[in-house]
Design a protein around this ligand. Structure first.
Ligand code: VGL
Ligand code: ZN
Length: 208
């Protein structure tokens, strides 16, 4: 079974959101085309879903400013602007994303004491989400990953997919993703490639 994982295509990561990824909204029509014509059997989406007091927010650390480094539960942590707070418009999926086609939504980042870039588990790797179990139950053996942001949640989700779904071929769809920082995105693609993740374009997928 072929699956598509759409990572965090939410208002908060698009222009106008609280943690905007440059040109993040440009991936929405690409994602919709992949959903409609990509030949996927299973389509899943992750949703960054933080409580208002999440420990990744600079606002929870007196004296810290957004994008500085800080600490969370003893580990280094980027201090993010408040973003994707549960129940706010910032945490909603982009209004143009074709939600009807999504079979399973994996929320993440609910524990205020740890961040969760990956859709599969928290950054400390202690608590798992249900996503690996869901994909295994669907007998997925090919997983394409795309979304926001290439250098954070997309990268960590793709790397975890390789570790947590043995035997599954994992690919990253470059033009259906955008990064927070261009250098970070380049490094992320190198890390994914080094892990055996294929780097593909939506064009190639749609032409198949
Ligand atoms: C993300 C930073 C903080 C992401 C989520 O979706 O890439 N980045 N929370
Ligand atoms: Zn977040």
């Amino acid at each position: 079974m072929k699956a598509l994982l759409l990572v965090d295509i939410q208002n908060g990561f698009c222009p106008g959101g609280n943690l905007p990824v440059p040109h993040g909204d440009e991936i929405v029509p690409v994602a919709n085309r992949l959903i409609a014509e990509g030949g996927y059997d299973v389509i899943v989406a992750s949703q960054d879903w933080h409580p208002a007091n999440h420990g990744s927010f600079a606002s929870q650390h007196p004296g810290k400013k957004p994008f500085e480094m800080g600490e969370l539960s003893g580990a280094p942590q980027v201090m993010w602007p408040d973003h994707c707070v549960q129940g706010t418009g910032d945490s909603e999926f982009h209004p143009d994303l074709d939600l009807d086609a999504i079979d399973y939504i994996q929320q993440k980042g609910e524990n205020p004491a740890v961040d969760s870039y990956s859709a599969f588990r928290d950054n400390d790797q202690a608590a798992l989400t249900g996503l690996a179990g869901y994909l295994k139950a669907q007998q997925v053996d090919e997983l394409d990953v795309c979304g926001l942001a290439t250098d954070y949640c997309v990268k960590f989700s793709a790397l975890d997919a390789v570790d947590m779904l043995p035997g599954v071929e994992v690919r990253f769809i470059e033009d259906a993703s955008r990064g927070i920082d261009p250098e970070g995105a380049k490094t992320a693609i190198k890390e994914m490639r080094a892990k055996g993740i294929g780097i593909v374009s939506s064009e190639a997928i749609l032409a198949d």
